[in-house]
Design a protein around this ligand. Structure first.
Ligand SMILES: *Cc1c(COP(=O)(O)O)cnc(C)c1O
Length: 468
């Protein structure tokens, strides 16, 4: 048995993997990774995989990046952790200063959590708590867009709308208001992204007009609905939303956990709309993909509503144990340095253009309904019928076939249902983008030609044995 197989068998005897039907692994091999460098992951047989999804959208400057690693190592010898209530430390102070400086004007306070979902919980609780402190305790509902994803904890799921992740837990969820998404994949023929996003805002306007007295906040994934299939919309929607939230006295929460730090082509997506949300939630690429951390930025106005004598009980008594961890702060500081020193946002323009040109031909593919892109995120929508956009039944798992093919070719592409996407690290080269496009094209050809089964071709995975 090869080393890959040995690790896989030990794993399957004891682990329970995230977002996985474990029975799939009776047939689908796990990929044990020994090491990684730059855009490449390497397994125990020495096979390499190009990480086209930035290891679940976190790794922007490559694996084993010495500029991030060295900063963490130096911090490790200085201070690994201290609780953040009553205590503080230079990395968290410096990071807060810098986040306030690089985010839109008005976001001046930073609260930390240790993962994205918890960051969402912070924003939701803080918003409702703000209204309590401001004498409007009835503002307790949240408005969200259909097809949203905001994380896995119960309140974060409540403001999400990807059925696959939330339907089972319906009985546990908060009662939220769902407004049809401005998702431009669904636009009528001939309409531009801007026209469609603008038209779809009527639903939001109507919801706020009707419910604003009981609404604490609207929460959105700006410009890209990630887990919902990389669906995209125009920044005009965010402008209209900001204006309406002000008019109706409702907070605006931007979940930039996935899109923050350059993914949409600007450092933050809200820049493209020229607006400041009341809460900006950051995570994922915040630490360059090195350590878990989330930051919730908010305004002086929100902060001031909590600032009072202790006995008034207005304080935000929320904590996560690892809040503001110094090692994670060090990783984040190194990541911000790279953004600044390497002029990353500008450099990414050429890479984004290459992503577009390398996949241009897929627009004509008989089973591709759309190739869409916002900055450094590109998605290819596979469909059964190109004209009607009729999707493949999810049971056929066409995306999984693309995943299998990509692994065979040495790439990590992990489609969301029938949507194949690239969210690569920003250190990818143009030639590597071409390679990904070639692998994706082949994978899509195979997945849309063959009937699909999870069965693994023994030739593709020599040495793989069914553990059952
Ligand atoms: C990943 C993600 C989350 C959840 O973050 P976790 O760290 O996985 O809890 C929330 N919102 C969006 C938009 C995300 O992409």
């Amino acid at each position: 048995m090869g080393l890959n197989d040995q690790w896989m068998q030990r794993d399957l005897a004891v682990l329970w993997h995230p977002c996985t039907q474990m029975k799939d692994h009776e047939r689908l091999p796990l990929v044990p990774i020994r090491s990684a460098s730059g855009v490449w992951l390497e397994d125990f047989d020495g096979k390499r995989y190009l990480d086209a999804v930035s290891s679940w959208w976190v790794n922007v400057f490559g694996h084993a990046n010495p500029r991030i690693g060295d900063r963490i190592k130096a911090q490790l010898d200085q201070l690994e952790h201290v609780m953040l209530a009553g205590f503080t430390h230079p990395p968290v102070i410096e990071l807060s200063e810098r986040l306030a400086a690089i985010t839109p004007e008005g976001l001046s306070r930073v609260f930390y959590a240790d993962n994205g979902s918890s960051g969402i919980e912070v924003a939701l609780k803080m918003s409702h708590h703000y209204w309590i402190n401001s004498g409007q305790p009835g503002k307790k509902r949240f408005v969200t867009l259909t097809n949203s994803y905001h994380g896995e904890t119960v309140a974060a799921m409540s403001v999400g709308d990807v059925a696959l992740f939330t339907d089972t837990y319906k009985a546990l969820l908060l009662d939220t208001l769902k407004v049809p998404s401005p998702d431009c994949y669904l636009r009528p023929e001939g309409a531009s992204w801007e026209e469609h996003s603008r038209a779809m805002f009527a639903h939001m306007e109507q919801c706020l007009a009707e419910h604003h007295r009981e609404v604490a906040a609207v929460i959105v994934e700006p410009l890209i609905q990630g887990a919902g299939g990389m669906r995209m919309y125009h920044p005009v929607y965010l402008q209209l939303l900001r204006e309406a939230c002000d008019r109706y006295g409702v907070h605006l929460i931007h979940d930039e956990i996935a899109v923050g730090f350059g993914r949409t082509g600007t450092l933050f997506a809200c820049e493209q709309a020229g607006i400041t949300p009341d809460f900006l939630v950051l995570s994922k690429a915040l630490t360059g993909g090195y350590l878990p951390m989330a930051a919730v930025l908010t305004t002086d106005t929100v902060y001031a509503a909590f600032y009072d004598d202790y006995a008034t009980l207005r304080a935000f008594l929320h904590s996560h144990t690892y809040t503001g961890n110094p090692l994670a702060c060090a990783a984040a500081l190194a990541t911000l340095d790279i953004f600044e020193q390497d002029n990353v946002i500008e450099a990414n323009k050429a890479l984004a253009a290459r992503m577009a040109s390398a996949t241009e031909h897929l627009r004509d593919h008989p089973h591709v309904a759309e190739v869409r892109q916002t900055g450094m995120a590109l998605a290819i929508e596979m469909v059964r019928d190109k004209d009607s956009k009729e999707p493949y039944p999810w049971q056929e798992r066409r995306g999984l076939r693309v995943y299998q093919h990509a692994l065979e070719r040495g790439a990590l592409l992990r489609p969301l249902g029938n949507v194949v996407y690239f969210l690569p690290p920003y250190v990818i080269t143009p030639e590597q983008i071409d390679f990904l496009a070639e692998v994706a094209t082949q994978g899509i050809d195979i997945a849309t030609r063959e009937s699909v089964s999870v069965a693994v071709d023994a030739d593709l995975y020599p040495g793989f044995r069914d553990p059952g």
